[in-house]
Design a protein around this ligand. Structure first.
Ligand code: HEC
Length: 449
């Protein structure tokens, strides 16, 4: 949000009231709030709010309804300023849709890139209720020349970080499935999910689902902000892994990719011989998932899984596959989904510089044995001595969490430190080397586990 109201609305009260992540969430950053859904979240068709992943570029704003208004401005004949009750006079629409972060699976890419290291759980399936964005725009009256619609939330950038503002092309904004939601799973949105109003763009990645929406601007030119022209872009064709690509040569991440997850069994786990129930979820964009297939033998043979009865155009499908391992062995189980367009998942991830849209077939390796090995005693964690400069330069806006999950080379760490300096981190020039060395030595390149 770029207005003078930021002072009133900024703050951490909401996240304190909300109480942070519930048990089981994987905390990638406690502040700004970035929490990943645990694998058991794939066990229900509707993801409970307390398990639903949270992705925030800035701190969660403490929005008070009495101060909140939605304004609709720009290329419209009647600019609007509405309270939530006024907005609710428009017809109510309800839909079930998957919400998936564009960066879901970033932590699985090799070589690694900076960014939150999401694995499988930056996704969830919820029931959203609100009003059609098209109805709001119709009330305001679109003027000729309108090409896109820009959204701004009540969240405020941290330091000199760019504001999180994003736009939708007019056609997508007018789609009947694009809604401004005030409810999630039958309750008002909670602060971490955008109270009081968030954009819901079924079939498109989460970066479009702006939270805490306060201002909608109809534009006759493309918005040039950082989160449109630099971030959330992907090369149109796969590139050499590890290479840099000019954002101008990339295209925005829009539609979700077809994807499936095996959630019932962890990779590299051990199970006793006997019948197993493999389960998980699969989703796509506008084209529905029509099949999920499981290969219990590393891709030699594929068999159809049974799809769950619950379905809706943009929702995920649960699937199950009862399987009795034919004997004691080490099995590599693969799962892939197919949609109504015949699209399926690649066997290998295709690398891109920011680690978006990961949808490669997942492999779950299962050791079926009646005599499990006793786990090797893990070595006591060594005491990491942190240089004082880390505390002073880096742990002011956020905690260590987003730092320690990275797997970066020294050169990547140097660029990351410089990015944070541009955002406001104060690093004494004579200590920068020490800091970069420490980061590269402790949070360097290592295998994904
Ligand atoms: C002025 C505030 C500020 C300071 C100081 C700061 N950071 Fe950050 N950093 C941020 C914000 C805000 C994010 C989250 C960005 C997002 O999620 O969009 C972030 C995210 C990160 C991430 C996750 C990857 C990414 O690029 O989003 C890493 C790694 C990181 N910071 C490292 C550091 C290091 C190392 C330092 C010390 C040199 C540092 N930060 C100091 C604001 C800061």
């Amino acid at each position: 949000m770029a207005s003078s109201r930021r002072a009133i609305l900024a703050g951490l009260g909401a996240s304190l009231l909300w109480g942070g992540p519930k048990t089981g969430m994987r905390v990638l950053s406690s502040r700004p709030e970035d929490f990943e859904m645990p694998m058991d979240g794939f066990g229900s068709w509707i993801t409970p709010v307390e398990k639903f992943f949270v992705r925030s570029h800035h701190y969660t704003p403490d929005v008070k309804l009495r101060d909140w208004k939605l304004s609709v401005v720009g290329k419209v004949s009647t600019p609007l300023v509405w309270t939530l009750d006024e907005l609710k006079k428009l017809p109510r629409v309800e839909l079930v849709s998957v919400l998936e972060c564009a960066g879901n699976g970033r932590g699985l890419y090799q070589p690694s890139m900076p960014g939150l290291q999401w694995r499988y759980g930056a996704v969830g399936n919820a029931r959203w209720a609100g009003v059609r964005l098209a109805d709001v725009l119709r009330k305001a009256g679109l003027q000729p020349g309108a090409v896109e619609v820009l959204f701004d939330g009540a969240d405020v950038a941290v330091g000199a970080q760019p504001e999180f503002q994003r736009s939708l092309p007019l056609k997508k904004a007018l789609s009947p499935s694009t809604i401004l939601a005030y409810e999630m799973n039958g309750e008002p949105l909670d602060p971490a999910h955008g109270f009081p109003l968030r954009l819901v763009v079924p079939g498109w990645a989460g970066d479009h689902w702006i939270k805490w929406v306060m201002k909608i601007e109809v534009r006759d030119t493309e918005f040039e902000g950082f989160f449109m022209k630099t971030a959330y872009r992907i090369p149109p064709r796969p590139v050499l892994p590890g290479s840099a690509v000019d954002p101008a040569q990339m295209v925005p991440v829009t539609s979700l990719s077809i994807k499936s997850v095996l959630a019932s069994h962890a990779d590299q786990s051990t199970v006793a011989p006997g019948p197993l129930q493999l389960t998980g979820a699969a989703w796509s964009h506008a084209a529905p998932v029509v099949a999920v297939e499981v290969s219990p033998d590393a891709g030699r043979t594929w068999k159809p899984a049974t799809l769950g009865a619950d379905r809706a155009p943009f929702a995920w499908r649960l699937w199950e596959f009862p399987w009795t391992p034919p004997g004691e062995a080490f099995y590599t189980i693969l799962v892939r989904a197919r949609n109504a367009l015949g699209e399926t998942q690649p066997l290998e991830p295709e690398w891109n510089p920011s680690g978006y849209s990961h949808n490669a077939v997942q492999a779950v390796r299962l050791h079926v044995t009646a005599t499990p090995l006793s786990p090797a005693a893990s070595p006591a964690p060594g005491q990491i001595v942190r240089p004082a400069t880390l505390e002073q330069s880096c742990l002011t806006c956020h905690t260590l969490e987003p730092i320690e999950q990275q797997r970066l080379t020294r050169a990547q760490w140097e660029r990351e430190v410089e990015k944070m300096q541009r955002w406001g981190a104060k690093v004494r020039p004579e200590l920068k080397e020490v800091l970069v060395d420490f980061l590269a030595n402790h949070y360097g390149v290592r295998p994904v586990r």
